[in-house]
Each structure stands twice: as C-alpha cells, then as structure tokens.
Design a protein around this ligand. Structure first.
Ligand code: ADP
Ligand code: MG
Length: 478
C-alpha cells in the first residue's frame, strides 16, 4: 500500500523596513550585539509601541500579490512565553485577525505543469532576539538586536504532497517577496526562514499527526529535511509505532531530524489583544495606492515571456525567478534582435555557468546584456558558429574586448563560409586519410565524426559546421 505525504509550510520573511515594527531602532544587519535594541524592543516598563506604517504597506502588497482577502481590521495580540532571547516575556503577533487572509500562489512542477497552492494567512509580528553559543564556553550570549524586527509569517494550506513541491512553493514565495521588494530574501542572514509541517497518510484517509521541522534556512536542506521526515514517519508507522505531534530540528551534517519538544511540553501562549496597540484598519485609498505600486509579478512576467519569446514554462520560470535576471534577459533579447530562445539558452547556459563558478550574482556579471546580445547577432548572421561563440563569450567575460565584434576581429574568429576554401581543406583531409575513407565506405558511419573533427582542427573551429557536413557527405560518397 502506498503512502502519501501532507506538507504545510510556515515562512518567516523579514520585512525590508529601515526601523523596527514598533520602535525607531535600526534593523540593519551586522551591528555589534545589543547596540540596536531600544527600550520598546525590550518591553521595559512604561514604554509604548507605535506601529511602523512601512510594515503594514509590505504586508498589504503581499496580500494583493497573492490575490488574498485583506483583513480590513486586524489586531495585534501578545503571545506569552519565556525564552532567554525574549526577556519581555511575550511576542507581539497577530492571532485571530491577521492582516492578510486566504490567498494563493502558482507553482511550477518539473513535469511542466502548474498547481495553485493555498496561502491560509499572512500576519505581522515582531522577531525575538538571538542566543549565541559559539565563542561562549559554559554559557550563552544573548543578542537582542533582532528583537522587534518586523516579520511577515506566511502560512500555507496543507496542499503540498512532495518535498519538491514544498521547495517549489518556498522558492515562489521567495521570488514574490523580492519582486515586491518587501524582503531581501537573504537566507544566510535569516531574512527568510521556513518551518515545515509534515505528516503521512494513506491516500484519501484523514490527515495524519504532523511533526514540525523548525527554521530550515536553505532550499536544499528543506527538501532533504522533508524527505527524511516522510521516511521516518512511514518506518515508524509500519513498525507498529505512532507519530507524535512535536517540534523537530534538522541536522544538515547528519541528514536527519531530531525531536526538540513534544506537544505535551508545548506552550499555551495565552494570546490576548495587546492593550498598547490599536486595531489596524485598512482604508480603500491605501489599498488602491499600493495596488498601483505593484510591479509586473513573476507569474505575469512568466506568461508574457512564454508568449512573447516562445519560451517553455521551465525556461520562463527560471528566467523570471528574480527581477534582475528577467531584466537582464530582456536586455539580451533586445540587443539580439528579438532572438528569445537563443538568448534564453545563453543566459541559462554559459552565462549562468560562469556566474555560478565565480559565485557572482547576475548584477555582477562582467558581460552586459548589450555585449551578450551583440554576440548572439553574430551567431544568427553566421559570422561565428555556436562553438566559436563560447570562445568569444569567455573573452568578453575576461574583458579582452569591448564587444563581440572587436574580439572576433582581433582574434580572427570569423567563420569560414567560403565553400571553395572549405572544399580544398576537405580534399586534403580525404587524400591524407585513405584508410578511414575505406572504413566509411564499407559502412562504418562513425568515422564521419573523425573527418568533421579533422576539418574543424584544420580551420581552428572556424569552418561553418553545416557546410563542412554537407561537403564531407558529398565527397565521401565517392
Ligand atoms: P500551529 O499554529 O499549531 O502551527 P496551524 O494550524 O497554524 O498550526 O498549522 C501550521 C501549518 O501546519 C500550516 O502550514 C498547515 O498547513 C500545516 N498543517 C496542518 N495540519 C497538517 C497535517 N496534518 N500535516 C501536515 N501539515 C499540516
Ligand atoms: Mg506553527
């Protein structure tokens, strides 16, 4: 009998405001410990929190982009618990009335299909501080700089069935918050973190008991953690055990999840409306103002790329994964005379390969869209072959010339299309390799590749490959 996994994600996106959600303290990353937490962030007696309008605007933009029901009136609540990184004893969050209600996002699957995944809600809350264990022996350090940093907690419906789908969903939310410029998406710095809820069941049966894996901070770990957890639960049930509702941690080095706390030890948060904060009422004017500020969203861009440039769903979704990449790609197409597919191949192929190898972002590419597009024009007009283009591209990357044309000229890379010249070279090769000619004529078709190789070697790769093929076929036929 088959098993089916049921997965729901809770994602914390740190909102890109300059100051905290209820105080004027800075949210900049990397400051010396405890230099950016003020009295309000610490909840000292007598302080009053004041809501940062910037955080509200970010949340509303997210709601609009996910076609969600906006909470016209949302309420902040105190979530009470004690932890060393939360000295005030409660976190301000939203509970019964979140600012963003039910919405949805579209994800792309590897088989080329798409699925809509429900977003249950997205609510505003403040982050807690951070416990530091490295560099401290026999004790922990506490850094409260992060206390009061605005977060948007985005909760999905339990609509996901595979670890890969969960990753596609998480990547989509990541893409979306960066398009909206409401979160920088930096996972190393903790600006974007995922909790995965996982259970297993027989298809069609009611949902099983879930375990929650906390704070996964890379997409690769998310997939591994969920896959491990699914296997663990199946083995447990098949061995006669039962899954208990608990919080688990993923250990990336051991590639396993470990129990952190069970439901029995779970906190009763005693939520109640924060008496220091007024309910947030969204008026239509603000909503319409923000709607007007939305950029072209990733799905719209993706569908436009498919129509306008004839790209596959896969290519279009890769190229629209970030706004910078999409803008770069459109720059290449424009400079390449509208060659969409060729541009896509080069951006996703050679360019991405070079960027990855040197750990560079698209914005740091030493080859500009105009330079790459200009080179592609020389492929389409047959000045150079696709193979020689790789050499030209590398030279552009290394700054050996300002344009493809300059490099082609300087290095003498122009393609040989003079059929008389190619014919002379081929005649010579045939004359010098009679044994191979015999083999070919006696039916060993594979030897053809040898002749192509020789012709390319003799012309340093500059002979037009199509002409070489045609002429060789003709001459070898006898
Ligand atoms: P809590 O607030 O206790 O974490 P929620 O009901 O808000 O619980 O659910 C948190 C997440 O768990 C949501 O993303 C939801 O989709 C997911 N979830 C709920 N039930 C299950 C289940 N049986 N299996 C997997 N995920 C689940
Ligand atoms: Mg939860």
């Amino acid at each position: 009998m088959e098993w089916e996994a049921v997965i729901g994600l809770e994602i914390h996106a740190q909102l890109a405001t300059k100051s905290k959600i209820f105080s004027g303290a800075s949210t900049a990353f990397g400051a010396a410990p405890n230099t950016q937490a003020c009295n309000v962030d610490l909840g000292l007696p007598g302080v009053l929190p004041v809501l940062n309008e910037g955080a509200v605007r970010c949340a509303v933009k997210f709601g609009l982009a996910t076609r969600a029901e906006l909470g016209r009136r949302s309420v902040f609540a105190r979530k009470n618990y004690f932890y060393p990184d939360l000295p005030k004893g409660y976190q301000i969050s939203q509970f019964e009335l979140p600012i963003v209600g039910k919405g949805e996002v579209e994800i792309e699957l590897e088989d080329g299909t798409t699925r809509n995944i429900g977003v249950t809600r997205a609510h505003l809350e403040e982050d807690a501080g951070k416990s530091l264990h490295e560099d401290f022996h026999g004790m922990s350090g506490i850094d409260l700089n992060r206390a009061g940093t605005p977060l948007l907690e985005i909760v999905s419906e339990p609509d996901l069935r595979l670890a890969k789908e969960a990753v596609a969903y998480a990547k989509k939310i990541h893409t979306l918050v960066r398009y909206l410029e409401i979160c920088d998406g930096n996972m190393q710095e903790g600006s974007f973190r995922c909790d995965a809820n996982v259970s297993v069941r027989r298809p069609g049966a009611p949902f099983g008991t879930r375990a929650e894996i906390k704070n996964v901070n890379s997409f690769r770990f998310l997939e591994r953690a969920i896959d491990f957890e699914i296997e663990r639960q199946i083995d447990l049930i098949e061995g006669g055990g039962t899954v208990v509702q608990e919080t688990r941690l993923f250990d990336a080095t051991k590639n396993e999840t470990r129990s952190m706390r069970s439901k029995e030890e779970a906190n009763d948060y005693r939520y109640f409306p924060d008496p220091d904060l007024l309910p947030v009422v969204l008026d239509e004017a603000l909503i319409e103002e923000l709607r007007g500020q939305l950029p072209e969203l990733p799905d719209e861009k993706k569908h436009r790329f498919m129509e306008q440039f004839g790209l596959s769903l896969y290519d279009a979704s890769v190229l629209t994964a970030s706004r910078d990449l999409a803008t770069y790609f459109e720059g290449v197409v424009a400079a390449a005379g509208g060659e969409g597919k060729l541009s896509a191949n080069w951006v996703m192929g050679d360019l991405s390969g070079f960027l990855n190898k040197e750990g560079k972002e698209i914005g740091e590419s030493p080859v500009s869209p105009e330079q790459l597009g200009g080179m592609l024009v020389r492929i389409t007009d047959n000045t150079i072959s696709g193979k020689i283009a790789k050499e030209v591209f590398e030279a552009l990357w290394n700054g050996e010339g300002a344009s493809a044309d300059e490099i082609i000229e300087k290095k003498g890379l122009k393609q040989i299309t003079d059929s008389g010249a190619i014919e002379a070279i081929i005649d010579e090769i045939i004359g010098n390799n009679q044994a191979q000619v015999e083999q070919y004529r006696s039916g060993k078709d594979k030897v053809f590749g040898f002749f192509v190789g020789q012709a390319m070697k003799a012309t340093k790769g500059k002979a037009n490959p199509q002409q070489v093929n045609e002429l060789l076929k003709k001459k070898l036929a006898g």
